[in-house]
Design a protein around this ligand. Structure first.
Ligand SMILES: Nc1ncnc2c1ncn2[C@@H]1O[C@H](COP(=O)(O)OP(=O)(O)OP(=O)(O)O)[C@@H](O)[C@H]1O
Ligand SMILES: Nc1nc2c(ncn2[C@H]2C[C@H](O)[C@@H](COP(=O)(O)OP(=O)(O)O)O2)c(=O)[nH]1
Length: 226
């Protein structure tokens, strides 16, 4: 059996995690797992964790670690047969440590994008909640304004993309992300990409993963023939 590939992608809100994760999932056939989608599913289903999470999101805060890990780790256990890319988790050192106890990661992608770029992007971000599809009215607009391309359903602006919530989110991100990137740096799996444009970052990520993913799979094939 070929060895599975496990990666996380980190970066502040608006840094392009969702956009780049979709490209990675498409190009390399990995499952794209989004912590934000898991949280929204739980809010919509009014689970206990979802109801708790909603009160924090409204204030532009992170959901507490114990609520997030309770939501997420069981979902990862359902994915043991698949290669995946986890987007939006971990965001704190406690989450990184919980994930580390559950599985070994191959790569941690870190997006480093200037603050002004983030603010501008999020002002224009609209999403289709049932699928998690993300649009930007300038960068990748829907074919019809306000309407999802695939289903024809309406798009919405997320509560936590509104300016009041945004500044608090960005401040909080800076404080909590550094220990997480330090954790992955110490493990030798951190790859940081800095630019204002996703299209300029993407070729470097593509090259990185092209070297990592075939290596893992061919190593595993060798191992299984002996
Ligand atoms: N790993 C996490 N730890 C704590 N809270 C989380 C985590 N993942 C998601 N959340 C909560 O769910 C909300 C929505 O998550 P999601 O990742 O979609 O949105 P986001 O914060 O807009 O991220 P981004 O814009 O970086 O994609 C977050 O703002 C946060 O409150
Ligand atoms: N103008 C511009 N907009 C971009 C670029 N890359 C992504 N975007 C858009 C898509 C979204 O509307 C918004 C945030 O991107 P996202 O992929 O949702 O980021 P993230 O919050 O998951 O990290 O910015 C980019 O390179 N340029």
């Amino acid at each position: 059996m070929s060895k599975l590939f496990r990666a996380v992608i980190m970066g502040p809100p608006g840094s392009g995690k969702g956009t780049i994760s979709e490209r990675i999932a498409h190009s390399f056939g990995l499952k794209h797992l989004s912590s934000g989608d898991f949280v929204r599913e739980n809010i919509a289903a009014k689970t206990e964790a979802g109801v708790q999470a909603k009160t924090y999101i409204k204030k532009g805060l992170l959901v507490p670690d114990h609520v997030m890990t309770r939501l997420l780790l069981p979902r990862l256990e359902e994915m043991t047969k698949y290669s995946w890319l986890l987007d939006g988790f971990p965001r704190t050192l406690a989450q990184a440590e919980a994930l580390n106890s559950a599985c070994d990661l191959d790569v941690a992608i870190n997006l480093n994008i200037p603050l002004e770029t983030l603010k501008e992007r999020l002002r224009h971000r609209w999403i289709h909640p049932p699928s998690g599809r993300v649009y930007n009215m300038c960068f990748n607009p829907p074919r019809v304004q306000g309407i999802d391309d695939i289903t024809g359903e309406p798009l919405i602006q997320q509560e936590d993309d509104r300016p009041e919530a945004l500044v608090a989110r960005l401040r909080h991100y800076k404080d909590v992300a550094k220990p997480v990137t330090d954790f992955y740096k110490a493990k030798g799996i951190l790859y940081t990409f800095s630019d204002t444009e996703t299209d300029r970052i993407w070729p470097y990520i593509n090259t990185l993963l092209s070297t990592k993913i075939p290596t893992i799979q061919s190593d595993a094939r060798c191992a299984s023939t002996h």
